[in-house]
Design a protein around this ligand. Structure first.
Ligand code: RNT
Ligand code: ZN
Length: 414
């Protein structure tokens, strides 16, 4: 136990918080780490460049080029945050062997066998995503396509992904969260807003209708307000997605980069949890737009974590990270986001929510503000350091020293 922790423990105890219990719980909260930060959303299945209205900028050296490199880097990142994790894969991270090269509507569980080994060796669950972009058949529409052949192609792709998700769950013993996000939309004002949405709904019904084990696969749908080149309309808007998820008993996914700049996901969590058994999040950082910057320990990140914890429904909220920055060391980008969201959760768990709720209900709003402001200078870092020590991961910026060494010895040689 570090000496400062003793003081911190007493300080938090004075407001009714048991820091030992918090640390214990924090270690069990799974954060799903997205594999695509490691290679700028390239994947291994084709030479197609990134499409779908999303963009990675920067050409910092050392991006992973092969499954082996990505796995090594991923492993490195995962080891620098002590808590529970899952890995999060996209369909384009299939690993083909013996010269085979199926199209994405023919992907099979065995194409992900190396990932299953990776996950099982580390006791991790796996989350999954169909990749409805970066493909010649995704140049216009995917699940919303008016071209029946194209639409069916993407339905087959998503069904193939459900089978792969079932395989992940069976192999790891951990349910697989399979998230559907499509970039379908319009650059300019649509003549027909309904048609694409009706086709999206039909496609989703066909996908879910494939018959799958809902205990093993948790299907989520992610909404989005716009994309690059898709500024005027997206089929999978917030209303479409929420309506679909709630009416079909699947899980809505909110990515905090996918709303108008002044709309806050932190304010949406409490509403959705009243209607949905589960809620999934992509935690990211939008700078002016859906720019997918590395998650910082900033106000909105803290507020999102606060809402998760204060809801008392932490186990119903599925937490994944989703950003991609190619302008800085990619492993550091992973670790920063992971540790920052973990810190945000810690900060939320070190808050006396019940006391605050009572003050709000009693109308003691001056006292609430005073207490909230005082809490900001509590010895948070001592509890964070204790968490790191108990997990056996570096405190402070010592984790970055390890990454710099890895950069010199491995990344710069690529
Ligand atoms: C895109 C969505 C989506 C992707 C990943 C790669 O705007 O956020 O979740 O980032 O599937
Ligand atoms: Zn996302």
């Amino acid at each position: 136990m570090n000496s400062q922790y003793k003081y911190a423990k007493e300080k938090y105890a004075s407001i009714g918080i048991d820091t030992d219990a918090v640390i214990k719980k924090l270690r069990t909260v799974p954060i799903s780490l997205h594999c695509w930060q490691g290679d700028d959303v390239h994947g291994f299945v084709s030479g197609d460049s990134l499409s779908g209205g999303i963009q990675v900028t920067g050409n910092y050296p050392g991006a992973a080029r092969t499954p082996a490199e990505l796995m090594a880097d991923y492993d490195f990142a995962l080891r620098l945050d002590g808590g529970a994790h899952k890995i999060n894969l996209h369909a384009i991270y299939a690993v083909f062997e013996n010269g085979e090269h199926p199209d994405v509507d023919e992907l099979l569980p065995r194409h992900f066998a190396p990932w299953v080994k990776f996950a099982k060796d580390r006791g991790l669950g796996i989350d999954f995503n169909p990749t409805c972009f970066s493909h010649p058949k995704a140049e216009k529409w995917t699940l919303c396509s008016p071209d029946e052949e194209i639409r069916k192609f993407w339905v087959r792709h998503c069904v193939a992904c459900i089978r792969i998700s079932e395989y992940f769950a069976s192999e790891t013993g951990v349910p697989c969260v399979m998230n559907i996000w499509i970039p379908d939309g319009m650059k300019d004002v649509p003549a027909d807003r309904t048609g694409p949405r009706a086709r999206y709904l039909k496609s989703l019904d066909e996908i879910l209708g494939c018959g799958y084990d809902r205990e093993k696969v948790i299907v989520t749908v992610e909404s989005k307000v716009f994309g690059i080149g898709l500024e005027s309309y997206t089929s999978g808007s917030a209303e479409f997605t929420l309506g679909y998820a709630l009416s079909r008993g699947i899980t809505p996914l909110m990515d905090n980069g996918h709303y108008h700049p002044t709309e806050m996901v932190s304010d949406k969590i409490s509403s959705l949890l009243l209607y949905s058994k589960k809620l999934a999040l992509h935690v990211t950082r939008p700078v002016r737009w859906d720019s997918d910057h590395v998650v910082r320990f900033d106000d909105e990140t803290k507020e999102i974590a606060k809402e998760i914890v204060a809801s008392g429904r932490m186990d119903d909220v599925i937490i994944a990270l989703d950003y991609f920055d190619g302008s800085i060391n990619r492993i550091a980008a992973w670790v920063l986001g992971l540790r920052n969201f973990r810190k945000a959760l810690l900060s939320a768990m070190l808050t006396p929510h019940e006391t605050y709720k009572k003050l709000q209900d009693e109308g003691k709003l001056t006292e609430l503000l005073v207490r909230q402001e005082e809490l900001k200078t509590f010895p948070f870092s001592a509890v964070w350091d204790e968490y790191c020590e108990e997990c056996g991961v570096p405190t402070g910026t010592a984790w970055f020293d390890e990454i710099e060494k890895y950069e010199r010895e491995v990344l710069l040689k690529r």
